[in-house]
Design a protein around this ligand. Structure first.
Ligand SMILES: *Cc1c(COP(=O)(O)O)cnc(C)c1O
Length: 387
């Protein structure tokens, strides 16, 4: 169905940070399938794990023990400090699991109509509950009635969350992205996550982080919350977790970890041997190649070079981000840049109408980072001189 306005290009294969189209033209990928291909294309460790697993066992059922799922669960818990994991097949499913956990948590306390605090400008997915949680009317319009049980606060505004608490509106959880991705790479002030943690502790709410875009090393740590002193009760992952093999995960600790009992939730495909084996290979490669550290270093380098190259251009309002999650905000809509960069052999994205979004793979070389900056700043200058 016509759910996407597609660009006029089709890719045939990829290697490292590069994609080749059906005509043989090569493109440097600064988007990585929207934060998915953190290890780039055709990474040997992931390709070998998938091939080996395909020759052994693709699927059984969650009715049986699955060693690959057990191993991945333990790895993710060790990396994050969480205690239990539910596996699904996408980000939206991971968030659905988190929302269901919050509802169970409420009903345990006799709260019949619980609310979850969600943020303006947020993105949590396209299923009915997750689009209802999303703070973007374009995602919701046409799909009413929305799922109830969400109250909204502005992002990066602790007082607004406290005001919701004071309203006594049967809130049981906060769901927030540590950095808003689709919303335009919006980074909150230092102390924001710690502030949310403090409110959640005081109110006995669950702190739930959507790390679907920020997680798996992208911001320079395995998870973005690890830049702060706060640890969430629930965290969701997807995107880079399988480097392209569909997988999502909802992790929890403490009370939240023990809410689901047999019969409460499930998935036919979720946590299957193939997807878990691929994700395990991703985790092992992130560690062995020290890729979160590399993402931090590349991010610093890109921010510095972009700021240098774009200095003095009034149309550039802000250059921000953390690790390899970078946004360049212009003073005008700049969707056209995507096609201009494509012509020039560079894949980028524009989100929130006027924010150029870069989510490149962590395996980028210094030379490739330099090439990214020169092509991108070239097309930005061209667009601005045209207007
Ligand atoms: C991409 C994304 C989702 C949705 O993930 P899907 O796999 O597309 O369902 C949810 N939350 C955030 C923050 C995302 O970036």
């Amino acid at each position: 169905m016509h759910t996407y306005q597609r660009l006029p290009v089709t890719f045939e294969r990829g290697e490292g940070a590069w994609l080749t189209d059906t005509g043989g033209k090569r493109y440097l990928d600064a988007l990585g399938g929207i934060a998915v291909c953190a290890l780039g294309y055709a990474h040997p460790a992931v390709a070998e794990a998938i091939a080996d697993q395909a020759g052994r066992l693709l699927h059984v059922s969650n009715l049986y023990g699955i060693a690959e799922q057990q191993q991945l669960g333990e790895t993710l818990c060790r990396l994050s400090g969480m205690e239990r994991v539910f596996f699904g097949n996408s980000g939206a499913e991971a968030n659905e699991a988190a929302i269901k956990l919050a509802r169970l948590y409420a009903h345990r306390q006799g709260i019949e109509k619980p609310n979850i605090v969600v943020m303006e400008n947020s993105f949590h997915g396209r299923t009915l509950a997750t689009l209802s949680a999303t703070g973007n009317r374009k995602v919701q319009a046409g799909f009413e009635p929305l799922v109830q049980g969400f109250v909204r606060a502005p992002f990066n505004d602790l007082d607004a969350i406290r005001a919701v608490a004071d309203n006594g509106s049967d809130v049981v959880a906060v769901l927030v992205e540590p950095i808003q991705g689709e919303g335009g790479i919006r980074t909150p002030d230092p102390g924001y996550l710690e502030g949310i943690r403090a409110i959640c502790d005081e109110q006995q709410w669950l702190m739930m982080l959507d790390e679907i875009q920020t997680g798996m090393g992208r911001t320079g740590r395995y998870f973005a919350f690890q830049h702060s002193d706060a640890v969430p009760d629930v965290m969701t992952l997807a995107k880079a977790l399988g480097n392209g093999v569909p997988i999502g995960a909802c992790l929890a600790r403490g009370t939240a970890a023990d809410l689901f009992a047999p019969g409460h939730h499930g998935s036919t495909f979720g946590g299957n041997p193939l997807a878990c084996r691929a994700a395990q290979a991703v985790c092992e490669t992130l560690a062995s190649e020290k890729l979160p550290e590399r993402a931090a270093q590349l991010g610093e380098m890109l921010l510095t070079h972009l700021r240098e190259a774009l200095t003095g251009i009034d149309a550039v309002q802000d250059i921000r981000g953390r690790g390899l999650m970078i946004g360049i905000e212009l003073d005008r809509p700049c969707g056209e840049l995507v096609g201009m960069a494509l012509e020039g052999g560079l894949l980028i994205n524009v989100t929130a109408a006027n924010v150029i979004r870069l989510l490149p793979p962590f395996i980028l070389s210094d030379d490739e980072a330099g090439q990214l900056v020169s092509t991108l700043t070239g097309v930005i200058r061209e667009l601005i001189s045209r207007d």
